[in-house]
Design a protein. Structure first.
Length: 295
């Protein structure tokens, strides 16, 4: 038998007297219908008119284009599992995308850092896979930036050379637009294949901060994903936190410990929200064509 009085209390239903039927609560339901991508007019990411919108469209149209999709480029390199639509990793990224897009929209977050406690957890793989998944939505534009300046890995992961050293952009020697390339219609990437030895100091300089913002502001993507250095024992990652809206933490199922996760949460506390924790390498038994790089 169900105790309806307890059920009514838990649902928030109340009656004014013992002989009156309980009435449902009158508080509004805090749930807004959502379409992935663009919503109500005037929201960030919606189709806007005017000079600013035209400048954004021109910037996307002017990007030098790569011939293959991000998934095809990663498959060609052979360093990570395939993450195109229909594969196991691809379906996992699509599920993660569905969860993240709702949270990003609800909080108006756009600049998302992808990091891990230590190297080798799969940050670049997650950043690339998530970017490819989000770009499969026709209503979303995505920017993927290799922000691991001391040990860049995205260029090798997708077997694509960078158009130049990221250091030149961050020091103001070249325009931010010159580092951007287009993949398909709604994905842009900013690669780097030249390590920078003084990344923590550079990332705190005004020129570097303005250059990172210029990459994002030029294209005004719905989501900008930054492939960051590992959070623990790396000052460059902590220098980037002030430029982010939220952080996605990648945990290595073979080596990350609960203490590592707690320490990352402590470092992020009062600085930038933790978007979530994704577990990688928990059941990674599929053979590869060759040894994979520790991304």
């Amino acid at each position: 038998m169900v105790n309806t009085r307890i059920l009514e209390q838990r649902l928030g239903w109340r009656s004014n007297g013992p002989d009156e039927a309980p009435a449902p609560p009158t508080r509004p339901i805090n749930h807004a219908p959502m379409l992935q991508g663009r919503l109500e007019p005037g929201a960030r990411g919606t189709a806007q008119r005017g000079p600013r919108r035209l400048a954004i469209e021109d910037a996307w149209d002017a990007l030098p284009r790569l011939d293959h999709s991000l998934s095809d480029l990663a498959m060609r390199a052979g360093l990570v599992p395939p993450f195109e639509r229909g594969t196991g990793p691809g379906e996992a990224f699509d599920q993660l995308r569905t969860q993240l897009t709702r949270v990003l929209k609800a909080n108006d977050w756009r600049r998302i850092g992808v990091t891990s406690p230590a190297r080798g957890a799969g940050r670049s793989f997650f950043a690339a896979g998530l970017a490819a998944s989000m770009a499969r939505l026709d209503t979303m534009r995505v920017l993927l930036i290799d922000a691991d300046l001391e040990d860049p890995g995205l260029s090798e992961l997708i077997d694509t050379p960078a158009p130049g050293a990221m250091e030149d952009v961050l020091t103001g020697a070249r325009d931010a637009e010159s580092q951007l390339m287009g993949v398909g219609n709604n994905l842009a990437i900013a690669l780097n294949d030249a390590p920078i030895g003084y990344a923590p100091e550079l990332l705190q300089s005004p020129d570097a901060i303005l250059a990172l913002r210029a990459m994002i502001d030029t294209l005004a993507p719905d989501v900008a994903l930054l492939d960051m250095p590992p959070l623990l024992h790396d000052q460059a990652a902590q220098a980037l936190l002030s430029q982010l809206d939220a952080v996605l933490l990648i945990s290595d199922g073979t080596s990350s410990t609960a203490a590592d996760i707690l320490e990352c949460e402590r470092l992020l506390d009062q600085q930038v929200p933790l978007l979530g924790i994704a577990l990688n390498k928990s059941e990674d038994t599929e053979p590869r064509r060759r040894a994979r790089r520790r991304f």
